[in-house]
Design a protein. Sequence first.
Length: 523
Amino acid sequence: MPAADGAVNRPTASEVPAPAARYGREYLVVLLAAGLLYGLTVAPGVLWQDNGLAQLRVLRHDVRGDLGLALSHPLYYVLAIAFQALPLAESAFKTNLVSAVFGGVTVAGAYLLLRLLTSLRWAAVVGAASLAVAHTFWQHCTLAEVYAVSTALLVAELLCLTRYAQTGQQRWLILLFLAAGLGVSNDMQAVLRLPIWGVLLIWLLARRRIGIGTLLGAVGAWLAGAALYLGLIASDVVAGQPVGDVIRSALFGRQYAANVLNTHLTGRLLGNSLVYLLLNFPTPLLALVPFGLLALRRLQPRPVAAAIGAALAIHLVWAVRYDVPDQYTFFIAAIVLLAITVGIGADRFLVAGRQRWQWWLLGLALLPAAVYVPLPGIARSAGLSLGVARDVPYRDRYTYFLWPWKTGYHGAERFAREVQQRLPPNAVLIADGTTVPPIHYLMETGRWHKAITVWPLLRGGDADYWPTPADVADALAAGRVYVVSPQPGYCPQWLLDGYEVEPVGVLYRVIAARPAPATRGSD
């Protein structure tokens, strides 16, 4: 029956019992489709920089790391270590698969959430498809990274809240807090949503929807989920580290306090943020976001709508003002929530008598995958720097960063193997944080020549990140010192100031000391 304003009355998702079997089958179909996408595009082996460091930590069964507690991510490493039991040859590939699997779980979870919140299957398909091909999300489903596990837990929190709101069964509330605690064990960004769940508990308690038992159960579930991370914090305190230092490490890592606490918005941060969001949704479908945000005001169940809106606002604000070189990665949670909002907007659009547009909406949802194909060529022609300070052998900056897929990419391993072939016995190689992980990976897996010394050392610390002239004096005298990048910040300053280099394949050989500048005598 038409409503007074002309809109069509229809039962909300919360008023209709969910057909569990059908929704379960649909969930599995989406899970398989997304899993196939990421399985076909996941990186097949060892990687650069932080991704390569993650692969090394898995090899070492290191759930702590040495960058501070906030960057420890213990749940991710427990999962990645468990994935090593797969009957596959390459450890790095098995570590990469964690992201592919949990990326599929995230997309399927987003589909199921939209299926529960909206009335049309097509709306859920559009929202899930727009998430599946969102650039930053897709990219991090193909690399050794923590974010796909984080997004799977984010969606799990919203699913648990939805089922609690629809059924009143308090076990879903307990499971929500378990997922929220696991999120903290995986990545500290999950703490950003804790105020939402805290307010929810207080509101439910004040309205007498739950009792003290459920409140204690929720708190206990969160503590159980966060136990991996809380255990690392407790172990540092027990070991005698100053409590203040431990808290700073838990909140900020070793060096990111200023970035985490930044409140100064600049034009650069705002401009970059807009570019990052457009890169993930380069499609007219982005116009559905306002529809989705408006629909949140009337979406049932109301606690779910409020949680989606609050989480989106929190994660967007967090990412926009987070001033770090890889700022774009911190938009991933917001990207997931925006895709869910797109699905809600698609539902409103289609219900308003536009069902014939459903195939068009799906096409627009998948359009970004086609946009990414020519993007590297366009960026190269325009001379865009992408914020990359230098080129790395076998890593074209445009294709590596602008194509989210990593199908067949062996550049990092190819570099490490060529370096080993070119270096003479007893050589010394000075690498850097980007290029040394694939070399360390070969060393850790017994595929590196033991007579070649590599700096940074495989198990070194800050004090011996790069060598002093005394550390490599014999090799310098014999002309056996090589560097990957003779650029400031990528090799010791003493080498840049005092020595000449010549290119040798993908490396540079240190060939001679520069003559000391002449001094003028007195008149």
